[in-house]
Design a protein. Structure first.
Length: 109
């Protein structure tokens, strides 16, 4: 829902508690869809270094297990890197960089 985007962005960028940042980012990423990735990307585009580190931790937690999930997230980030919203596009490129260095544990047989 569009009206949830701003409150979720505020939670990902919570200035007082990075635990909220990590858990909100992780929950959004576990959706494994464009909506969740777009919110995280948008936050990542403006995040300070501390918040970016916690967001990256959530990214690794979610996408370091299954290669199929990682591949889909990379594909969505490539797609979003051309988004009309410059903030989403910039964050998607940054998110893609973080995803690209992950070596997932499980790959298809």
């Amino acid at each position: 829902m569009q009206e949830a985007v701003e409150p979720l962005l505020e939670l990902v960028l919570d200035p007082g508690d990075t635990f909220v940042t990590r858990r909100t980012a992780e929950g959004l990423l576990r959706r494994k869809d464009r909506a969740g990735l777009a919110i995280v990307a948008s936050a990542l585009a403006v995040a300070n270094d501390n918040h970016a580190d916690w967001i990256h931790t959530a990214v690794v937690d979610v996408f370091s297990i299954f290669s199929e999930d990682l591949d889909e997230a990379l594909r969505l980030c490539e797609e979003m890197s051309g988004d009309a919203d410059a903030r989403v596009a910039r964050g998607a490129r940054r998110l893609h960089e973080g995803l690209a260095v992950i070596d997932p544990v499980l790959r298809p047989a």
